[in-house]
Design a binder for this molecule. Sequence first.
Ligand code: SAH
Length: 244
Amino acid sequence: MSKVYLTGAGPGDIELLTLKAFKVIKEADVIIYDRLANPEILEITKDGCEFVYVGKEDGRHIMPQDDINEVIYQNSLKHKIVVRLKGGDPFVFGRGGEEAIYLEKRGIEFDIIPGITSAISVPAYAGIPVTHRGISVSFRVVTGHESPNKKISQIPWNNFKTDDTIIFLMGLHNLAHISKKLIEIGKSCDYPIAVISKGTTPQQKVVVGTLENIVERTKDTPTPALIVVGKVVELREQLKWFEN
Ligand code: SAH
């Protein structure tokens, strides 16, 4: 009987891989993977392990999701231990749910191995706690990928009026739109925002600014990158441990 492990690879720093993920990657007969923040993970595998790349570049899918689902399924018919490796956590904007449903419908066994999501760990490596007593009592992880031309936005912009933390994933190309929307709902032009790229890796780059100047400051920022909005960004001054 074969089994598919929908596995989180963590945000980049290889030591942020869970022990459970490490174990299945070592035993895998095939690894089906995306563009990974840390390709060194693939070196953990045993001799003879096969590799199938189904990644995306800058948000553009090289392979449509339906085809990826089918690739995973076909591999489960050929191999005993199939690891579907995804950046961060498989259920945080990872489409892991869709892949699991596809397998469930076909009677294929699967496990979900959660990963450390970039949404929390990347701010942590930049010295930004997503909650902080007296500053932010909650955080939201929001897609930054929604088209600005969409007639009715699914994003609840009007709920973002408090100082609670907002983390946008996949949002760098929409940064101008995101800043504009946040100013429209009443945030001040000098409200704190940070953009963190290649977080948790030696190439990590953090740009801090305001809703007004962040686009200008992040012109050459490489991906993957995420956006943190909130007063917690100011704590970085004291807490930026990783770069120090
Ligand atoms: N499942 C992943 C998220 C997939 S969406 C997770 O839980 O982390 C991909 C987005 O994640 C990117 O567009 C970027 O916003 C963010 N991201 C992933 N790795 C990152 C990293 N090392 N540094 C900064 N952002 C990252």
